[in-house]
Ligand binder design. Structure first.
Ligand SMILES: [Zn+2]
Ligand SMILES: [Zn+2]
Length: 250
């Protein structure tokens, strides 16, 4: 396996984080946001894609938060909006039904048109090239993790020591592990299962201590690991996101 693939995985497993796959996800996300704001946006092939897809709400948000290339962002939005207008304006203008009157009966055809236009709009909203690229990158990263677990002892030790994964990424690992041979799956899943079964009770204990610290009889006792147990619980339950960071929260 080439270093270009193993280095990011090793870095994610070396990082101080609750879930190394969240870390890989975060790194991939930053890379692709920078990609779409970089020189790629002047390439016709990229613009054909972004004119069609735009971005999902979350990635529009990240593009907006980035100061890299405001002009580029404006150019992307301009041609995407033109594409949207071109796609929908004719259908929109033909959407409203005739009013039912004395001589004109009721006609339900328009309802079908409403649903089909709404479906087309929803499909366009749902498409996002950053999400798509991240999904592909994550699939590849999981393959690298499986490969390293089997062939790289140093990494295997890191994997054994890394105690936690968020539930969305646990599910991803399980789905991808269906592709492993039975023997490889046996090794991998026994480590994964014992990691999660060790880390979850610790997390539960930490949250419980967080709540018990509100009892005045415990107020002078040490917090232990419970101070950020609210955020760690949320990261475990639904994956990392910036709203779960500890800044400014007890
Ligand atoms: Zn995760
Ligand atoms: Zn997206």
């Amino acid at each position: 396996m080439e270093k270009i693939y193993t280095i990011p995985v090793n870095e994610a497993y070396d990082a101080q984080c609750d879930c190394p796959i969240c870390q890989l996800h975060k790194n991939a996300e930053i890379k692709y946001i920078e990609y779409y704001l970089g020189p790629s946006l002047m390439e016709p092939d990229t613009r054909i894609v972004t004119n069609k897809t735009g971005f999902c709400q979350h990635h529009f948000g990240m593009l907006n938060q980035s100061d890299i290339n405001r002009l580029g962002l404006g150019l992307i939005l301009h041609t995407h909006l033109l594409d949207i207008e071109n796609d929908f304006s004719k259908d929109l203008s033909e959407l409203a039904p005739d009013k039912a009157g004395l001589f004109k009966g009721r006609n339900n055809d328009y309802k079908q048109k409403l649903t089909s236009l709404a479906d087309r709009i929803d499909n366009r909203i749902a498409s996002c090239p950053v999400c798509e690229k991240i999904d592909n990158a994550m699939t590849h990263s999981i393959d690298v993790i499986f490969w390293m677990f089997k062939h790289d002892n140093d990494f295997k030790q890191k994997f054994i020591n890394k105690k936690s994964y968020c539930l969305p990424h646990l599910s991803l690992l399980l789905r991808k592990a269906t592709k492993l041979s039975q023997n490889d799956a046996a090794d991998f899943l026994s480590v994964l299962a014992s990691n999660i079964n060790e880390s979850t009770p610790e997390l539960i204990k930490d949250v419980e201590w967080f709540t018990l610290k509100f009892d005045y009889r415990n107020s002078d006792k040490p917090w232990g690991n419970s101070k950020n147990s609210i955020q760690r619980s949320m990261r475990f339950l639904s994956g990392d996101c910036k709203e779960f960071n500890e800044i400014g929260k007890k």
